[in-house]
Design a protein around this ligand. Structure first.
Ligand code: GDP
Length: 224
């Protein structure tokens, strides 16, 4: 079992203020979770019974989803999700607190590929994905990953527009931000924000950990 730490949004704001002065105080505020693989679902009938607030992770193949999950909850989640046969499934993970209670559930959705999405967001996706996103009662936030090194893609746009239409809370994160520096970073982020019509775009790097605290704060705010 992988031990990871996350930061509550309250701890986060304290942390941001205090971190420069006293890092041990910052860590004293952090919460610890353990990650437990629940199941891989290949059909709606296999979804776990609704329980703790759920966060879904979505993105095109190769966007860096496994790496980011690895950074957020530990290697176990990434390994399970990349196991052959599970890449077309929704992989569910519970995040347990110190009393082994489920605090959050992470749902890792299959990468939606490079194919141009034609009719609906689910083209090229297993058919149970769209109902999952539409009706899952415990789903609190969709974390949509886009690559900061790649211009806005039609497939991402369709997904985001569809989530907007469904009234789903979502956060778009721009992955692999460590590959960009200075002006290029600013330019790409602006272009993505404009191309996808976003108010909020969170740059992250699974490699350096950049933006991971902010993403945790967003996840915890959505699931509070
Ligand atoms: P997935 O298909 O969306 O799960 O993508 P992966 O997590 O497997 O990542 C795809 C590729 O991008 C791999 O070669 C990773 O090493 C690379 N990658 C993922 N995240 C980052 C990152 O934050 N920075 C950099 N530089 N490379 C990354």
């Amino acid at each position: 079992m992988t031990v990871i730490s996350a930061h509550s949004s309250r701890a986060q704001s304290h942390g941001l203020t205090l971190y420069a002065q006293c890092s041990s105080l910052f860590f004293a505020h952090s919460m610890r979770y353990t990650t437990q693989f629940l199941l891989s679902a290949l059909a709606a009938a296999q979804f776990p019974a609704p329980g703790a607030p759920e966060i879904a992770f979505l993105g095109r193949s190769n966007v860096g989803k496994s790496s980011l999950l690895n950074k957020l909850v530990g290697e176990k989640a990434a390994k399970v999700s990349q196991t052959p046969g599970r890449t077309r499934a929704i992989n569910f993970f519970a995040l347990l607190d110190g009393s082994q209670r489920q605090k959050l559930v992470f749902a890792d959705l299959p990468g939606y590929g490079y194919a141009k999405i034609s009719k609906s967001i689910s083209a090229g996706w297993p058919e149970f994905i769209e109902p999952y996103l539409a009706i899952r009662s415990t789903l609190k936030l969709c974390v949509c990953l886009v690559d900061s090194n790649v211009p806005a893609q039609e497939s991402d746009r369709r997904l985001i527009d569809w989530l907007r239409g469904e009234g789903r809370d979502f956060a778009v994160v721009a992955t692999k931000i460590d590959r960009l520096s200075g002006n290029q970073r600013t330019r790409n982020l602006l272009a993505l924000r404009q191309g996808l019509e976003l108010d909020e775009l969170l740059p992250v790097s699974a490699k350096t950990g950049y933006g991971v605290k902010e993403l945790w704060a967003r996840i915890e705010a959505a699931s509070a």
